[in-house]
Design a protein. Structure first.
Lengths: 160, 425
């Protein structure tokens, strides 16, 4: 194992969320939920939230996929629970910004998420990390239609 | 070891000397990180290229480059001769009756689509049945779904059994009087399964159906003789068999090719053009509109020379041995489950597997830090993934330059992956 990969991608906090995911459970009668998938790599996640007024009081996810996608989903749920919908949306934007720029999101009160900043150096994995956040956004938009992260040209590798 | 080949046309045979072969592939000396040598096990996606092929590309551009079939000047004549000589090498390699039956395309996908457009759209009608299988690459599924939607043909699938082989009893029921085309892979890119063409082709022929074989995985790895197989079309790609990207082959029986309309219209494919109408050139020019990929076709001829010198029987024997070794070695790695037949005689050098508790993407990422290049994902064979009930697999695939030491490196690296993700769900 090269140190670089350990430092950049598979930080211990990420593996911790992967091995012991937070809020990985179904939500009874959610206010809204959405399914997301990355068909090319087989990541799949369902995010359900309970919204009371303008605040997210309960959030849960289920699904399967690589360590990055599942750890990111776990972190996302920890971040948004108890926050307002507006704060959650801002979190989605901040996370996307982190994936684009490779600089830490600095999401207030939740340092774990910054551990995912290294993913930005691995373009093939950005969509894994982003899946749960985009799916949350979809759920908040009251969508129940599945979202699919856009496929870029170099991911659309059809070599057998 | 020297293997006699009944089709031998005087090619000088070389012994299968693995150390010498590896020296021909400069990229195999590459390090992925300092002190981490490349272990290239993604050959089903594309093969590496020997110095001979790389040198031929340079030599063509340096010494001969001109457009073909056009000029009377020396370079154009030389380029044309080299291009047509490559066509003859391809024909001999698959034992095609006529050199003109070899059509240069971009890749296997284009070859399959050429038949879907230029043959099937002309000769298939509503209600006619096209039979494919559940283990096809998307490139032998999607063109037929498009044809179904455009022409109302019926698309039928020979199902896969749990061991990754095809259900031949079901095939006997599915292939019937309405079958007009059997389009089938000779070897699964996702599982390595070798398809028993000797069983399926006679079933289709007995119904008077045309048979097309997707040889993208088989032609690079097995001796292939289109006359012995008694098939009508064969599609394959140069880049999976030591040649450059951007060159594919469609072989078809002359009577079928003659009856077909062109695929693309333009230069080089016409006999005459007036303001009102055009007439078509003869096969193969009819299907090679525009300036073709001359340099890569010529270098593909050099790749075929390389394979010919080794002999495809020797290539197959080496890959069978390494696959047999890998099947046994990987089965001993804790947590590894292998998909597809466990008998190396029933599969090519392609091994799809999963590692308990670790997603294929994570397997591939960590293996890369060990220098081991494998493919992860659905391998453009989503129906296979569905049948196996997995979202994706990890896939190691071998070629003539791979060694048992590299299989060992894969196995020990997988043990590292398990240690790293140990305790995962």
């Amino acid at each position: 194992m090269s140190d670089g990969l350990m430092e950049d991608l598979y930080r211990e906090i990420i593996l911790d969320h992967y091995r012991q995911p937070r809020n990985r459970h179904a939500i009874e009668s959610p206010s809204c939920s959405a399914d997301g998938s990355n068909p090319l790599c087989g990541d799949q996640v369902t995010v359900s939230v309970v919204v009371d007024g303008d605040r997210i009081t309960e959030v849960g996810f289920s699904g399967q996929g690589c360590s990055i996608s599942q750890a990111s989903a776990s972190m996302m749920t920890e971040y948004v629970r108890g926050r307002t919908v507006a704060e959650a949306r801002a979190g989605v934007d901040a996370f996307q910004q982190m994936m684009t720029t490779g600089t830490v999101a600095g999401l207030e009160g939740f340092d774990d998420i910054d551990a995912l900043v290294g993913v930005a150096k691995f373009p093939a994995r950005v969509k894994c990390a982003s899946l749960a956040w985009k799916t949350l956004e979809q759920a908040l938009n009251e969508g129940v239609v599945p979202v699919t992260t856009p496929v870029t040209t170099d991911e659309r590798n059809s070599n057998g | 070891m020297t293997i006699a080949n009944p089709r031998d046309t005087g090619v000088q045979r070389l012994p299968f000397d693995l150390a010498r072969i590896r020296r021909d592939f400069p990229i195999l000396k590459r390090e992925i990180a300092p002190g981490v040598p490349l272990v290239y096990l993604d050959n089903a996606a594309t093969s590496q290229k020997p110095v001979q092929v790389i040198a031929e590309l340079t030599r063509f551009y340096r010494d001969h480059n001109a457009n073909i079939h056009r000029g009377v000047h020396t370079l154009s004549v030389e380029s044309t001769e080299l291009y047509e000589a490559a066509r003859a090498k391809v024909a001999r390699f698959i034992n095609a009756p006529k050199t003109e039956e070899i059509i240069f395309t971009r890749n296997t996908t284009e070859s399959l689509n050429l038949v879907a457009h230029a043959w099937a759209r002309k000769f298939l009608h509503e209600g006619d049945e096209v039979v494919i299988s559940e283990i096809e690459h998307h490139s032998n599924i999607v063109p037929w779904q498009m044809l179904r939607d455009a022409r109302g043909i019926v698309l039928r699938y020979i199902p896969m059994l749990p061991d990754g082989t095809l259900d031949l009893d079901a095939a006997r029921k599915i292939i019937g009087p309405r079958t007009k085309l059997l389009s089938i892979t000779a070897m699964s890119n996702a599982l390595g399964t070798i398809v028993p063409l000797e069983v399926l082709v006679p079933l289709a022929k007995a119904q008077g159906a045309v048979v097309m074989v997707d040889g993208a995985q088989s032609v690079p790895h097995l001796p292939v003789d289109v006359q012995a197989l008694d098939i009508d079309f064969l599609a394959f790609s140069a880049h999976k068999m030591l040649g450059p990207t951007g060159i594919g082959i469609l072989w078809g029986k002359m009577a079928l090719l003659d009856a077909m309309d062109p695929f693309l219209g333009g230069g080089d494919m016409i006999l005459t053009v007036s303001m009102e109408r055009s007439t078509w050139a003869d096969v193969p020019a009819k299907f090679e509109a525009g300036t073709p990929n001359v340099a890569d076709a010529i270098a593909f001829g050099t790749a075929i020379d390389y394979l010919d010198a080794l002999g495809m029987d020797a290539v197959r024997e080496h890959e069978r041995d390494i696959t047999d070794y890998a099947l046994r070695r990987l089965a001993d790695v804790p947590g590894v489950s292998i998909f597809g037949p466990m008998d190396a005689d029933l599969r090519g050098g392609v091994i799809s597997f999963e590692l308990e508790g670790v997603h294929p993407h994570d397997i591939g990422q960590v293996l890369d830090t060990h220098g081991v290049a494998i493919r992860t994902g659905h391998h453009c064979a989503q129906p296979v993934m569905l049948a196996l009930n997995v979202p994706a697999t990890a896939r190691a695939s071998f070629y003539l330059y791979n060694t048992t030491d590299e299989v060992d490196k894969l196995a020990t690296s997988l043990e590292e992956v398990t240690r790293f993700f140990g305790g995962a769900r």
